[in-house]
Design a protein around this ligand. Structure first.
Ligand code: NDP
Ligand code: GDR
Length: 373
């Protein structure tokens, strides 16, 4: 029997990697996408299957986590064995601007799915994965953070995810559902949204190296995070639904680095030696050395990083470091990549795009075709 999975948030970073993984494993994959005035399926275009194909295994449905009836309809149509709830307003800073919407999508959206499963009489059939987050730890009560560390959320996003965490536990305990939380620490990739800090940095540094942008404006560079690769983390999401009993796990690399360190690595990978000078909002990143082959757009002495307080948050999560020893011991999960290698992969991808853009800008389309062929 072909197994069926439904992914909310299939057009996002994790959704796209998870869809790839499940298709590779032979699943029939259903995904929920939102109506948008522009195409929003770029991350899954490479696995897209034409709806006119008879034997396709990827099916996209229009729906929204704020629209309970659409969720019920899709679950009824797709008849999934596994549901991965990855859809969310996932940007912490944006959640301070749109707290009510964030709660609607991230907290009530989770409840709507669980309730649809229950009302459709599918509690015994469906296994449910909830995308929980290290942001639940917020103002950390213990270092490193593990499954038993108390939560202290510090943003509307994190508070909404706290509700989602507990409603998932509640449906497991009340209705005997196979429902579990993956408490995932930050995970990134070349597909990461452009406004999250790692991608913002790798994209801007690549553009600066190619002379497309003068400067990276950034917020709190002292913030400490435990960054892993998204591909490793979606593998774990699948593993969590294959067990004998549902259980919540913390997932992390166990390595911690600062935003400042990440910026320096990205510059290094883009052929730029960089040092920081000044302090507070006057701190800047200055170019020391340049490899002109990779970074023709900058010169020693250029200031290419500046602090902009508009990126500070009303309440910050200063430090996160995970202890994922339970997942490693019980599920055999091991991350394949640490933050340094991850940064190099992201810079390489963004440099490729920046080089193409620079060529297009300088010589037009024929030059790009000549270089690529
Ligand atoms: P993304 O922001 O890349 O993707 C979010 C997805 O949710 C997109 O497909 C988006 O659609 C969809 N979405 C947003 N709003 C709605 C809505 N109202 N109805 C239906 N779908 C919606 O996030 P990631 O892939 O990085 O993260 C996946 C999940 O994991 C999220 O729930 C996130 O909060 C959580 N998480 C992420 C971590 C990380 O470091 N990446 C760490 C811990 C948890 P569209 O493409 O149209 O915008
Ligand atoms: P985070 O990720 O808030 O941890 O949430 P993000 O990359 O947005 O921020 C990480 C840290 O970097 C600091 N920072 C900046 N952040 C952004 N976005 N832009 C900036 O210019 C900037 N300058 C400094 C932030 O203050 C923060 O301390 C991510 C999301 O994927 C969530 O959905 C997920 O739950 C958590 O990771 C785990």
């Amino acid at each position: 029997m072909t197994r069926r999975a439904l992914i909310t948030g299939i057009t996002g970073q994790d959704g796209s990697y998870l869809a790839e993984l499940l298709l590779d494993k032979g699943y029939e994959v259903h995904g929920i996408k939102r109506r948008s005035s522009q195409f929003n399926t770029q991350r899954i275009d490479h696995i897209y299957q034409d709806p006119h194909e008879q034997h396709r295994r990827l099916h996209l449905h229009y729906g929204d986590l704020t629209d309970g009836s659409s969720l019920t309809r899709i679950i009824q149509e797709a008849q999934p064995d596994e549901i991965y709830n990855l859809g969310a307003q996932s940007h912490v800073a944006v959640s301070f601007e749109t707290p009510e919407y964030t709660a609607d999508v991230d907290a009530l959206g989770t409840l709507r799915i669980l309730e649809a499963i229950r009302l459709l009489g599918m509690t015994e059939r469906v296994r449910f994965y909830q995308a929980s987050t290290s942001e639940l730890f917020g103002q950390v009560q213990e270092i490193p953070q593990r499954e038993t560390t108390p939560f202290y959320p510090r943003s509307p996003y994190a508070v909404a995810k706290l509700f989602a965490y507990w409603i998932t536990v509640n449906y497991r305990e009340s209705y005997g559902m196979y429902a579990c939380n993956g408490v995932l620490f930050n995970h990134e990739s070349p597909r990461r949204g452009e406004t999250f800090v790692t991608r913002k940095v790798t994209r801007a540094i690549a553009n600066i190296a190619q002379g497309l942008e003068p400067c990276l404006y950034i917020g709190n560079i002292d913030s400490l995070r435990d960054w892993g690769h998204a591909r490793d983390y979606v593998r774990l999401q699948w593993m969590m639904l294959q067990g004998d009993a549902p259980k919540d796990y913390v997932i992390s690399t166990g390595e911690q680095h600062s935003v400042r360190e990440f910026i320096r690595w990205a510059a290094e990978d883009a052929g730029i030696g960089l040092h920081f000078a000044g302090s507070g909002v006057d701190e800047v990143g200055i170019v020391d050395t340049v490899d002109p082959e990779i970074a023709p757009g900058v010169a020693p002495g250029d200031v290419i990083v500046r602090i902009d307080p508009r990126y500070f948050r009303p309440a910050e999560v200063e430090t996160l470091l995970g202890d994922s020893s339970s997942a490693r011991a019980e599920l055999g999960w091991i991350p394949s990549m640490g933050a340094r290698e991850l940064c190099a992969e992201m810079v390489a991808a963004d440099l490729e795009t920046a080089k193409q853009t620079a060529l297009l800008k300088a010589f037009g389309y024929p030059a790009l075709v000549t270089v690529e062929s």
